[in-house]
Design a protein around this ligand. Structure first.
Ligand code: GLN
Length: 247
């Protein structure tokens, strides 16, 4: 243990990790190293013990079957997760877990999966999937670029701030109101696969700085010149990947 440790929980990587969402965990971990922190990744799957310390939580998307599989365990952890979200722990949840952070997900075959209600929203599956590149504009993070593939249409309850508004390609939360994702406390929910964070380093840095500030009172990079150069290289690669997606 050092005073540069940051504990990252990867939520249900066995069942909830499609379209490369594990890239988000790798990106946060790599950027933390390049800022001179010591990241520790705790994979949390069903029936695992909950890690002793949590600074940041990342969760991916999944098929309806994967979502059904985790429901019981997810409910055991619901109170804990709600408490952590209320305390300001930064979290990023993509697609399948974004839906289950809401109130409920009614799948296209009529099953109703209860959510844990961190994000005031609900989701209903429809038989036409929403698939393709997704580009949105966010006040906080500027242009966000990713890829979506979901049957669920998510509707935010009144007053809930979306992550952004579809500005270009894509359907977003529901293909109807142009909203995409949600922002509650320091929780970000979004349909953006891609993976999201390698292409959108501003969001990765938001999660990292929030985690470090909560744990140590401030975010304080301690970097060698090589680490600075490697971080700049990552940012250049992100720019390239973004321009490919935007076309
Ligand atoms: N199974 C959900 C849906 O189809 C989530 C899909 C995903 O995570 N990509 O809406």
């Amino acid at each position: 243990m050092t005073n540069r440790d940051i504990d990252i929980v990867s939520l249900y990587p066995k069942d909830m990790n499609i379209y490369g969402d594990s890239g988000n965990v790798l990106t946060v971990s790599r950027r933390l190293e390049l800022y001179g922190y010591d990241p520790h990744i705790h994979a949390y799957n069903q029936n695992d013990p909950w890690p002793e310390h949590v600074d940041l939580i990342l969760g991916g998307g999944g098929q309806d079957t994967g979502q059904k599989k985790i429901t019981a365990d997810f409910f055991r952890r619901a109170e804990l997760l709600r408490g952590l979200a209320g305390d300001g722990v930064p979290m990023l949840v993509i697609c399948g877990l974004y839906q289950l952070f809401g109130d409920f997900f009614e799948t296209v075959d009529g099953a109703r999966l209860e959510g844990i209600g961190i994000i005031p929203s609900f989701t209903k599956g429809r038989d036409v999937r929403m698939i393709g590149n997704l580009v949105e504009q966010s006040d906080e993070f500027g242009q966000i670029v990713g890829y979506e593939n979901h049957s669920g249409q998510t509707f935010l309850r009144e007053g809930v701030q979306p992550l952004g508004h579809v500005a270009g390609e894509g359907m977003g939360n529901n293909g109807e109101d142009h909203t995409e994702g949600a922002r509650v406390h320091n929780v970000i929910g979004t349909y953006m696969h891609g993976s999201l964070l390698p292409k959108n380093p501003k969001i990765a840095d938001f999660l990292i700085t929030t985690a470090a500030e909560r744990r140590y009172g401030k975010f304080e990079p301690v970097q060698t010149d090589d680490q600075k150069a490697a971080l700049e290289e990552l940012d250049r690669t992100a720019e390239q990947a973004r321009s490919v997606a935007i076309g």
